[in-house]
Design a protein around this ligand. Structure first.
Ligand code: FES
Length: 176
């Protein structure tokens, strides 16, 4: 469902940032944080207020995989399909995620709970296959572990012992 965009809120985001180089990414990050994705109407407001062309704004919004032009689910599941994870069985992990969630890469479940995406490297190759759920890294994941990971998110139970936030990696920069 499309988000209801509050023009004043978007203008306040634009006003917070330098409208020259670099500021556009920060603006879009804030817009995505506010709406969960980048609604078209918000991008138009950003372009106009920041005195940038809509093409420029869409160029940035579509270049970085961290940005989404579609509403995302409540939980974001990101599986690595980079070479190191691939040779350790990542394709089977992704297949199992797709089977369990009944969606394909890039899609959101009908109940709006989960969005599944794949990336080409998350910067933790030695620990692959890697699956990141809502910013929490799960290392050395195999097909059998997928159900448990998803269940732990669904039930919001105690933190998964196999899941540990990365101590040194910047998740945001690693994912783009
Ligand atoms: S290839 Fe998966 S983390 Fe690098």
């Amino acid at each position: 469902m499309e988000a209801q965009v509050d023009r004043k809120e978007v203008l306040a985001i634009v006003a917070k940032h330098d409208t020259r180089s670099g500021g556009l990414i920060a603006m879009l990050e804030d817009v995505q944080e506010a709406y969960g994705y980048l609604p078209e109407e918000a991008l138009r407001i950003v372009a106009q207020a920041a005195n940038r062309s809509l093409v420029d704004v869409y160029g940035v919004a579509t270049f970085y995989k961290a940005f989404s032009l579609q509403p995302r689910g409540k939980h974001h599941v990101c599986a690595c399909l980079g070479t190191a994870c691939h040779v350790r069985g990542a394709p089977m992990v992704v297949e199992e995620l797709e089977r369990q969630l009944e969606i394909e890469d890039g899609e959101t479940t009908a109940d709006g709970e989960f969005t599944l995406e794949t990336v080409s490297c998350l910067g933790a190759c030695a620990l692959g296959p890697i699956v990141v759920v809502d910013g929490v890294y799960h290392s050395k994941v195999n097909g059998a572990a997928v159900k448990g990971i998803l269940e732990s998110v669904k039930t919001a139970s105690e933190p998964d012992e196999e899941a540990a936030p990365m101590e040194t990696e910047d998740v945001t920069s690693a994912a783009v």
